[in-house]
Structure formats: structure tokens, C-alpha cells
Design a protein around this ligand. Structure first.
Ligand SMILES: O=P(O)(O)OC[C@H]1O[C@](O)(COP(=O)(O)O)[C@@H](O)[C@@H]1O
Ligand SMILES: [Mg+2]
Ligand SMILES: [Mg+2]
Length: 330
């Protein structure tokens, strides 16, 4: 059996061995997901208290083994409490969500792997506890009807698709730009009662459709796989929200800053969109802890700016009926 390859012509030389390892592991995982059984079996809990499925653990082991000897010094994973020194001679630091969307494993819905790349420093802390804007690369692999990869090294987003006939990730788009307008929003609406007023007000105004202040009908989507939502938004536009809410443990949202929000925000900005923690640009955030969570909003630039604007409204206006909100007065 030949090894999976990736068209590496647009990948800077220093990242090629690492990207080859990520591509090979992604293709192996795609094959396992296509044919596997019991991948969704519960096997334990990670340091953050999240349940681990068999595929979470398998993906974590596979990426860790594959990245040895590829220029990676430090590795952080959602499934590991602490950073691991993979190779003292490495010059890169990689933070990974090895398997994103694990609640969807049993249901045959798209899942993925997410990675953020930083320059390696002398310690794991210095390599990862830094502003997200210091990323030098980031991307994801999506295991869906097609296995595809989106990756950026700071010069646009490259879109690859795994061709099953050749076992090669061929490049589909060398500089993907997301549509700047769309009428789709993604949020887990079952949490409505727990949201802060500005989030409720934004969603109320979308739901009011043509009869509301936006005078437009919207569609709602929620896949519960960050990678799948990102892929749709990069291809078709729209906006994603996982805000902070009043549930215990969700005061800072659900998604992890270092290996979920950071790399997705990096890709979205590179594709012409915007990403925030609801108010401030996501890439301006400073990572304080490896498994820290953050509220996360991303997508078409205008929508992300609008959501931040709702947070600036005075309390009386977010509580008011939409017709009275200052945002919609001439
Ligand atoms: O189940 P919820 O609260 O809707 O959360 C869904 C979110 O959780 C996640 O599954 C978290 O990722 P993991 O599966 O890697 O823990 C995201 O992919 C998704 O956006
Ligand atoms: Mg995840
Ligand atoms: Mg995960």
C-alpha cells in the first residue's frame, strides 16, 4: 500500500514533513471511520471532564506517533492534560483537537481534526501561552462524504480534497475566500434561556425574518461539529455562535481557545471573514491556560460585527422589542 501524499507545492518547506504526517494520519482516520465499528464507545474522561470516545483516544495516539520526527517539538492535545515534548530538536509547536465533534461519531455525521501551529520556544508554556495572533499556521481535516483539508500558513486558505483513486490530497482551491454575505446562522438554540440578552436579541431578530427589523428570512443550522460548521461557512458563508451562557461550566462558552477557536479564527480571517469572542477579535486573545474555553463567534464579517454591536447596546435596548432597538433607527 502506498503512503497518502499531499500536493505540497504551496506548503512552505519548513511545514512539509509535519503536513505530510497530518495528511497521512487524516487519510488513515478517514478509512477507519468509513469501515469502523464501536468507535463511539465511551472509554473515559479527559482532564476537562469531557467524556472520551474510543475514536478520540485513537486519533490522539495516531497524531502523536505520526508527528514524531517531523519538526514538531511541543504537542498539546485536547485529550492530554499537559503538553508533550515530541522532539527536542523540533522547531514547531502544534496544538490539536484530534477528533472534533465526537458526539456525532455514532450518527455518521461529519467530524474532523483541528490543528494550530506556533513557532516552538524553549518551554511548552512559552510556546502556547501567547496571543493567538502569533499562530504561523492552522487548519482542519473534515471526515465527511469527502475527506478534505483546509489549511493556511498566513498567506490565504488552501483547500485540499483526498482523492480516493490516487490516495492523494489534491489542491482544489489555492486561495479560498468565503462569501461575505449569507442568510444562515448556526447556534445551539436549546440553550436560548441561558444566553445573555444581546445574544437573545440577535437571534430574535433573525427569527423574526421578513417581519422583523432585518426584513430578511434566515435559515438555521446546527451540526454540533465545529469542523463541519466551519466548512459550510467557508464554502457558503453565514455565522456561527457558541456564546457564554448561564449554565454551570459555560461561563466562558464551550470551545477551547488554543486548539478550537484559534485555528478556526485564523482560517476564517485568512478567508476574508471575522472571528470574535462575541465582542473582541478572537486573534487578539491571549492564551492563559492550555485547555481554557472561550465564547466564539465567526463567519461573514458583517454578521460578526453586528453581533458585537448588539453587545454594545444599552440594557434597555437589548431588552426592548426589536422595533425599538437603536440599531434599526435611521
Ligand atoms: O453539544 P453542544 O453543546 O451543541 O456542543 C457542540 C460543540 O462541541 C464540540 O463537539 C466540541 O468538540 P469536541 O467533540 O472536540 O469536544 C464542537 O465540535 C461543537 O461545536
Ligand atoms: Mg472539538
Ligand atoms: Mg475533540
Amino acid at each position: 500500500m502506498t503512503a497518502t501524499s499531499i500536493d505540497s507545492r504551496r506548503i512552505p518547506a519548513e511545514f512539509r514533513p509535519m503536513m505530510q504526517a497530518i495528511a497521512e494520519t487524516g487519510a488513515r482516520l478517514a478509512a477507519i471511520i468509513r469501515g469502523g465499528r464501536d468507535l463511539g464507545a465511551a472509554v473515559g474522561r479527559n482532564s476537562d471532564g469531557d467524556g472520551q470516545k474510543a475514536l478520540d483516544v485513537l486519533a490522539d495516539d495516531m497524531f502523536r506517533e505520526a508527528l514524531a520526527g517531523t519538526g514538531v517539538r511541543w504537542l498539546v492535545s485536547e485529550e492530554q492534560d499537559h503538553a508533550i515534548e515530541v522532539d527536542p530538536a523540533g522547531v514547531l509547536a502544534v496544538a490539536m483537537d484530534p477528533l472534533d465533534g465526537s458526539s456525532n461519531i455514532d450518527t455518521n455525521v461529519s467530524i474532523g481534526s483541528i490543528f494550530a501551529i506556533y513557532p516552538a520556544e524553549d518551554t511548552a508554556e512559552a510556546s502556547f501561552l501567547r496571543p493567538l495572533r502569533q499562530q504561523i499556521g492552522g487548519g482542519y481535516i473534515i471526515y465527511g462524504p469527502r475527506c478534505a483539508m483546509m489549511v493556511s500558513f498566513g498567506d490565504g486558505v488552501q483547500h485540499y480534497v483526498l482523492d480516493p483513486a490516487t490516495d492523494a490530497f489534491r489542491i482544489e482551491n489555492t486561495r479560498l475566500m468565503m462569501p461575505d454575505c449569507s442568510f444562515e446562522f448556526a447556534i445551539n438554540a436549546s440553550n436560548y434561556r441561558h444566553w445573555a440578552r444581546p445574544v437573545r436579541a440577535f437571534i430574535d431578530d433573525c427569527l423574526a425574518g421578513i417581519d422583523g427589523p432585518r426584513e430578511t428570512n434566515f435559515n438555521m443550522r446546527w451540526i454540533a461539529s465545529l469542523v463541519a460548521e466551519t466548512h459550510r461557512i467557508l464554502i457558503r458563508g453565514g455565522v456561527f455562535l457558541y456564546p457564554a451562557d448561564a449554565r454551570k461550566g459555560y461561563e466562558r462558552g464551550r470551545l477551547r481557545l488554543l486548539y478550537e477557536c484559534g485555528p478556526i479564527a485564523f482560517l476564517i480571517e485568512q478567508a476574508g471573514g471575522r472571528a470574535s469572542d462575541s465582542c473582541e477579535p478572537m486573534l487578539d486573545q491571549q492564551v492563559q491556560a492550555l485547555h481554557q474555553r472561550s465564547p466564539f463567534v465567526f463567519g461573514s464579517a458583517e454578521k460578526v460585527a453586528r453581533i458585537a454591536a448588539y453587545h454594545d447596546l444599552p440594557e434597555t435596548e437589548v431588552s426592548a422589542l426589536f422595533g425599538n432597538r437603536g440599531l434599526f433607527r435611521a
